[in-house]
Design a binder for this molecule. Structure first.
Ligand SMILES: Nc1ncnc2c1ncn2[C@@H]1O[C@H](COP(=O)(O)OP(=O)(O)O)[C@@H](O)[C@H]1O
Ligand SMILES: [Mg+2]
Length: 234
C-alpha cells in the first residue's frame, strides 16, 4: 500500500543544509495501524507530508497503491488528495463558522456526493457525535473537535489516513481515546498512520516506527509491550 525506498529530504537554509529524513525505507500494508514515534525535529511531519504528497523527497521513491506519487501535475495531486489520502492535524483545522455537520458535509459536496447531509450525519454518529452535529467548533471540546476532523477524513472514504500529532492539543486521556478511535479505523481496507512524540500513547499500537534525527531506529511492536488503554500511565 505504502512503500518508501531510500527517501531523503534535505532543506537548504542559505549555506546550511538541514537533513530532515535520511535514507528512510518503509513498507506499510493495507489495513495496518502504524504509529510513528520520535522527538520534536526527528522528521515525523516530513515523513507524513511526503507520504501524503504535500512535500517531495530530495531523493528516493514513494509508491502508493503501486503507483509513483508525483507532485508534477496539479490534476494528479488533486485527485490523489481527493481519492487516496486524508490528513488529520494537531490543531483540528475545522472551519470555525461552520457547524460540525457542515464541516463534514463540505468535503462531500466538494466531491459531488449525493445525500451529503445524511452521509455527514452518519459518519459523525460513527465517531460518537450524533448529538453534536449542529454545534460550532467553539462549542465543542478539543476531543470532540478532533472527532469532527476524523469524521471529515472518514467521510471521503479515502483508504489512507495520515494523522500528525492528532493528540498534541489534548489531555492524555482524551488523546488516548482519539488514538483508539483512529486504531479502530484500520483494517477493512483502511491504512492509518499516526505521528506522536508520546511513547506511552504509542503503546496501544501493534507497530511503532521510531524516528531519530531523520533515521528509522526501530520498527516493531511497542518496546515495553502492547498495552490496553486502561493500563496506560499518566
Ligand atoms: N520547510 C522547512 N525548511 C527547513 N527546515 C525544515 C523544514 N521543515 C522541517 N525542517 C527541519 O527538518 C527537521 C525535521 O522536521 P519535522 O519533520 O517537522 O520534525 P517533527 O515533525 O518530528 O518535529 C527539523 O530539523 C526541522 O527544523
Ligand atoms: Mg511535526
Amino acid at each position: 500500500m505504502i512503500r518508501l525506498e531510500h527517501v531523503a529530504k534535505r532543506y537548504k537554509m542559505g549555506e546550511v543544509v538541514v537533513t530532515a529524513l535520511d535514507d528512510v525505507s518503509l513498507e506499510v500494508d493495507k489495513g495496518e495501524f502504524l504509529v510513528v514515534l520520535g522527538p520534536s525535529g526527528s522528521g515525523k511531519t516530513t515523513l507524513l507530508n511526503i507520504i501524503g504528497a504535500l512535500d517531495e523527497p530530495t531523493s528516493g521513491e514513494v509508491h502508493i497503491n503501486g503507483g509513483t506519487v508525483s507532485l508534477n501535475s496539479t490534476g494528479d495531486r488533486f485527485r490523489f488528495r481527493r481519492e487516496t489520502v486524508s490528513f488529520i492535524f494537531q490543531t483540528f483545522n475545522l472551519f470555525p463558522s461552520l457547524t460540525a455537520l457542515e464541516n463534514v458535509q463540505f468535503v462531500l459536496d466538494m466531491a459531488n456526493t449525493s445525500d451529503s447531509a445524511e452521509r455527514a450525519r452518519d459518519v459523525l454518529a460513527s465517531v460518537g457525535l450524533g448529538e453534536r452535529v449542529n454545534h460550532f467548533p467553539h462549542e465543542l471540546s478539543g476531543g470532540e473537535q478532533q472527532r469532527v476532523a476524523i469524521a471529515r477524513a472518514l467521510a471521503t472514504g479515502n483508504p489512507i489516513l495520515l494523522a500528525d500529532e492528532p493528540t498534541g492539543e489534548l489531555d492524555f486521556k482524551t488523546g488516548i481515546q482519539i488514538l483508539d478511535l483512529l486504531a479502530h479505523q484500520a483494517g477493512d481496507g483502511k491504512t492509518v498512520l499516526v505521528v506522536t512524540h508520546n511513547r506511552e500513547i504509542s503503546r496501544i499500537a501493534d507497530r511503532v516506527v521510531e524516528l531519530s534525527s531523520g533515521h528509522i531506529i526501530s520498527d516493531g511492536p511497542p518496546r515495553t509491550g502492547k498495552a490496553a488503554i486502561a493500563d496506560l500511565q499518566w
